[in-house]
Design a protein around this ligand. Structure first.
Ligand code: ZN
Ligand code: ZN
Length: 373
């Protein structure tokens, strides 16, 4: 697949600068990996906690990707609209020096992606240099810019969804009793990579039998058995962008109870999806599904929220839940994923990823919703 649309980095940087002037800050340091990638195109992930691969520094007149020697070459290749800057040695010293050199007085930083230790080091470093900079915590600034997906992003996300659909079809087409959850997950991951994915967008969930009563079960040695419920929750990452989809089924045959519960979850899923359009509230959409499941006597069994935004992160804004204060806008991509979980029986969840449009929505995940496989 060829990608014709270049990500509009200059426009994205300008939108950050706009927010900066509203904050009265003269620079912002972006540490969140997805935010950093969104603004620069730098694809490196962080190592462990506290092992950052780089930071984007945006001032009113400049934009740089600060990185260490380990990533500098990669940054030079990937980053086109910002200046790649190599900080040699310890960041603890180099970063405050760089900020002082640039004359930054009021620096905004991401409170949700800056470790307390990093904050302390930066504050101390600036004090020692008598740089006199003020540190201003900000929350959700770039995340808000990422809410509405542009054409370049939509193209990649559609492809991520298509890859997961095809991998699901391939693997479930050959499912037989006796295969372990872990083996099914492995086959799905392998198929997604073969189909061009960077990898899975999160750890693939395959939950069979009673394990399906655990919404985020980690696949293990348990084997799939005829007539038992199975949940597969999977997504592909394609050039950084995620898809997210869940299918539930019984292997070979399903009993009456399974069919009844499946029908209730599917109705909740379809009705909530129908409600997806610009202007719909996250709380209101969650209620559409919750009311249907409550009527079916499954209020307690629907133990999580209806859905979430998807993009560079598999879970991002907005939230579709009982407590959501978010409103959908055209260009936002969300999941619709009602589910029911019964401890001594199993579970059912059905999830699609959809693009919200002015008049409704566009479904991106198309794997069949067969009750029996
Ligand atoms: Zn999912
Ligand atoms: Zn999801």
């Amino acid at each position: 697949m060829s990608h014709t649309i270049a990500p509009p980095y200059p426009q994205r940087l300008d939108r950050v600068r706009q927010a900066l002037s509203d904050l009265g800050a003269d620079a912002i340091l972006i540490m969140g990996p997805a935010n950093r990638r969104y603004l620069s195109g730098f694809t490196a992930s962080d190592g462990a906690i506290g092992e950052s691969s780089g930071a984007v520094l945006i001032t009113t007149g400049s934009a740089a990707l600060l990185t260490s020697s380990l990533y500098y070459e990669q940054a030079r290749q990937e980053v086109t609209d910002l200046e790649p800057v190599e900080l040699r040695g310890r960041w603890k010293r180099r970063l405050p020096e760089k900020l002082k050199e640039m004359g930054v007085r009021r620096l905004a930083f991401e409170r949700d992606y800056t470790l307390y230790g990093e904050y302390e080091d930066l504050r101390q470093g600036l004090e020692e240099l008598e740089a006199g900079s003020e540190l201003v915590p900000v929350k959700g600034l770039v995340e808000d810019l990422r809410l509405r997906k542009g054409e370049a992003e939509r193209e990649l996300m559609r492809e991520a969804a298509r890859i997961a659909d095809e991998a699901y079809g391939r693997v479930t087409g050959e499912l037989a009793p006796g295969v372990s959850e872990r083996e099914v997950a492995r086959r799905l991951d392998e198929a997604m990579v073969e189909l061009g994915a960077d990898g899975p967008s999160f750890e693939t969930i395959v939950a069979a039998g009673l394990n399906s009563a655990r919404p985020h079960h980690e696949p293990g040695e348990y084997v799939l058995r005829e007539g038992e419920p199975v949940i597969i929750d999977m997504g592909a990452r394609y050039r950084g962008y995620c898809s997210d989809m869940t299918r539930s089924f019984c292997l070979r045959q399903a009993d009456g109870r399974y069919r009844e519960l499946y029908d209730a979850v599917l109705r909740a899923h379809e009705q909530a999806k129908q409600a997806a359009r610009a202007g719909a509230g996250g709380k209101e959409m969650d209620a559409v599904a919750r009311d249907i499941l409550t009527e079916a006597g499954l209020e307690q069994e629907f133990s999580h929220s209806l859905g979430h935004g998807v993009g560079l992160d598999v879970h991002e804004k907005p939230s579709l839940s009982k407590e959501s204060e978010d409103t959908l806008e055209a260009g936002i991509v969300v999941t619709i994923e009602p589910g029911v979980y019964i401890a001594d029986w199993g579970g059912i969840r059905i999830e699609d990823t959809v693009l919200v449009t002015e008049t409704g929505h566009e479904v991106w995940t198309h794997a069949p919703k067969d009750i029996v496989i």
